[in-house]
Design a protein around this ligand. Structure first.
Ligand SMILES: Cc1cc2nc3c(=O)[nH]c(=O)nc-3n(C[C@H](O)[C@H](O)[C@H](O)COP(=O)(O)OP(=O)(O)OC[C@H]3O[C@@H](n4cnc5c(N)ncnc54)[C@H](O)[C@@H]3O)c2cc1C
Length: 334
């Protein structure tokens, strides 16, 4: 049965704990229910906002129309020799999926352990961590068009994945609901340990579970837990600059972390740039730069989206003044 709720408080439904009320809210658990509510929204001309686990969004005080949280919770595996294809509903918790796959000895997602959120949102920014991105294992996504309710499959190539980027942030933003993922995984050992000191944290012939647990341990030590201190993980993307720009900066700051990209650009570490501006641990009012991880902005309570955006703008402007580099927020402004 479809349950449409009115005037729903979403403050606890976003990890930044920004106060927000949805005019209407629904969490469909089947494709049919989702299509039915999309039809109703179209007839009533309600603007549709999609929400997953709320770990990568900046919510306004009011969201008019209807907020839909796709809550399709089924997932299953299909074996094809050593290959395994996982079909995963949009409402499945990403971290629980990763741990369940790792525990079954299935390789592919273990480096992406402890990323908060639902599977349906994972393709939106092509989640990535510890040298692996979703696009490395994604075969395709099932989507339902918001305007028509029609369902179709898109291949990974059609999703136009980039660094924390996809078509779902551009041409398909607010146009489709991602309802299911198909992931190509394997039972063959394939550890990816080149990132940071991950290789020193696992046994010489690690299982996917050992890697997932090592990743969890590193992340728990580095990142604030949103359940304890409200945050949305990395608030800024790592900026990409031209080689000439990077060389000028390296002349002045020889210790600056920098990573060459396949397209010739150089990726800089946003957290390092913020730290160099002396902003690590800086707090003003309701918001602050986390004391251990400068890339994370935290909400101490009592603030709202406008306040957070103003705070973030001051960080952006300090980095721009020092380095001539423009930081871009990672969470989606809904
Ligand atoms: C502590 C912490 C650590 C994090 N670490 C990482 C990290 O290492 N790597 C990384 O990449 N990200 C990281 N993130 C960001 C975040 O976890 C991911 O972006 C995650 O995929 C967001 O999922 P969500 O369900 O919370 O999405 P939400 O925040 O609810 O939504 C994000 C966007 O996706 C859209 N959306 C949601 N569901 C759907 C759907 N079914 N169909 C279409 N659009 C949809 C929303 O409208 C919104 O634009 C971190 C966040 C936190 C709080």
């Amino acid at each position: 049965m479809l349950t449409l709720q009115a005037h729903v408080d979403l403050t606890a439904a976003n990890t930044l704990r920004l106060p927000c009320y949805a005019e209407r809210f629904m969490a469909p658990q089947t494709l049919c229910d989702l299509q039915a509510i999309l039809r109703r929204a179209a007839v009533c001309q309600w603007p549709v906002t999609l929400l997953g686990g709320g770990s990568n969004v900046l919510l306004p005080p009011q969201l008019s129309g209807i907020v839909i949280r796709p809550s399709l919770h089924q997932w299953w595996l299909e074996s094809q020799g050593d290959d395994v294809v996982a079909y995963v509903g949009a409402g499945v918790n990403w971290h629980s999926l990763v741990m369940a796959l790792a525990a079954r000895g299935v390789w592919g997602t273990e480096n992406l352990a402890l990323i908060p959120g639902h599977c349906g949102a994972a393709p939106v920014q092509n989640i990535g961590a510890y040298g692996v991105e979703l696009k490395d294992v994604l075969l395709g996504v099932q989507v339902v068009e918001i305007a028509s309710g029609n369902m179709r499959w898109m291949s990974a190539a059609e999703c136009q994945f980039g660094y924390r980027d996809s078509l779902f942030k551009h041409a398909l933003a607010n146009r489709v609901v991602i309802t299911q993922l198909a992931l190509r995984l394997s039972r063959q050992s394939n550890p990816k340990l080149h990132y940071g000191d991950l290789s020193s944290r696992v046994p010489s012939q690690p299982t996917p579970l050992a890697i997932a647990e090592a990743v969890c341990a590193v992340r728990r030590a580095k990142l604030p837990d949103p359940a304890v201190l409200a945050n949305a993980g990395s608030f800024f993307k790592n900026p990409l600059v031209s080689q000439a720009h990077a060389e000028r900066l390296l002349h002045q700051y020889p210790a600056m972390p920098h990573f060459s990209q396949p397209d010739g650009k150089i990726k800089l570490a946003a957290g390092w740039l913020i730290d160099q501006c002396g902003l690590k641990g800086w707090r003003e009012g309701s918001f602050g730069v986390h004391a251990q991880q400068a890339l994370v902005l935290v909400h101490f309570g009592g603030g709202d989206r406008a306040g957070l955006l103003q705070f973030a703008e001051r960080v952006v402007s300090a980095v721009n003044t020092h380095f001539g580099v423009e930081l871009e927020p990672e969470p989606r402004v809904l």
